[in-house]
Design a protein around this ligand. Structure first.
Ligand code: SF4
Length: 312
């Protein structure tokens, strides 16, 4: 979502603005990025919002401040644009838990069963899937499929959560986000005892026992909407700590507490610094490039998702 722009009176911000103009560049940043990166972004959001921005932009250059699979999605949707991930080593351990070969094995084992891949996967894995989903639209996507059985990969927690609400058998891969999955019921109980008036909201990547304790379960953009619209004043947040920054910025009078600041810290999401963004805009490197064969396959799965997400 568009952010209120900060006072851009310091040298670094001005330099980035100038480089953006000369390079015809747009900066997209995930909600988990460090505050200073979110501040210089043209748009911040979750995977689905950023996928849409990537598809809509008329900029020539997309600087993607997130992790590798997100930049790949932008490259898949924008083959004519230069896509840069300022730190290419920013990966996602969950995305690495499944390979294209694993996808082939699933397809062989479950012939005719649609395979829904979470957007947190490599383009090569998406290319082997029937359709993609995000944490915001998983139920809608799975429900839309004309099959009594579906296979979800790689996040078992998102699959188990989705299975609660769809009238289908949901098979799933045994992957997980090590950050969200590490949050325990004990952590939540501790946070609740420290902040007894606060509501607890959680991301579907958390494990089922944590989700059972939540007052609401949302994607990151859903969380931002919920805390802004809620009459409540205090919230315990069960997702990566980066989200607390836009929450506080959008709701300065409300109080936000991480359910576990140590566990809910994703090192990959914190790899990009302002200096890396400047260097990326100056050199137009390092670029994220996806081979045409993989791009076409991944595009099909992403476009199917976007078409269904757009339906009311
Ligand atoms: S928070 Fe989890 S899913 Fe997101 S990039 Fe980090 S490891 Fe991957």
């Amino acid at each position: 979502m568009p952010m209120t722009q900060p006072e851009r009176n310091n040298e670094v911000f001005q330099k980035i603005e100038e480089l953006k103009r000369t390079r015809k560049a747009i900066i997209l940043a995930h909600n988990y990025q460090p505050p200073e990166i979110q501040d210089i972004a043209d748009f911040t959001g979750d995977s689905l919002e950023l996928s849409r921005r990537a598809a809509e932009t008329d900029a020539s250059v997309i600087v993607f401040c997130g992790v590798a699979f997100m930049a790949e999605t932008a490259a898949v949707l924008n083959p004519e644009k230069i896509v840069i991930l300022p730190k290419p080593e920013a990966g996602c351990p969950m995305a690495d838990m499944i390979t294209p070969e694993d996808m082939e094995r699933i397809a062989t084992e479950y012939p005719g069963v649609p395979i829904v891949t979470y957007v947190n996967t490599t383009a090569a894995v998406k290319a082997k899937s029937t359709i993609c989903c995000t944490s915001a639209n998983a139920m809608k996507i799975v429900s839309s499929l004309d099959s009594e059985r579906v296979y979800m990969a790689p996040d078992k927690n998102l699959a188990l959560y989705t299975a609660r609400y769809v009238n289908k058998e949901v098979l799933f891969w045994n992957g997980y986000c090590p950050i969200h999955h590490s949050l325990t019921a004990e952590d939540v109980l501790k946070a609740k005892s420290e902040h007894p008036k606060a509501l607890f909201i959680a991301h579907p990547e958390c494990n089922p026992e944590v989700l059972d304790m939540a007052d609401g379960i949302f994607s990151t953009s859903g969380m931002l909407r919920f805390v802004s619209e809620s009459p409540e004043e205090e919230f315990i947040i069960g997702t990566e700590v980066g989200i607390l920054y836009p929450m506080k910025k959008m709701n300065p009078s409300k109080k936000f507490y991480s359910a576990s600041p140590k566990k809910l810290f994703c090192p990959d999401m914190k790899k990009i610094a302002l200096y890396d963004v400047i260097r990326a805009l100056e050199t137009l490197e390092p670029r994220t490039v996806v081979s045409e064969e993989i791009r076409v396959g991944a595009l099909k799965a992403i476009k199917k998702m976007l078409a269904i997400s757009d339906l009311p």
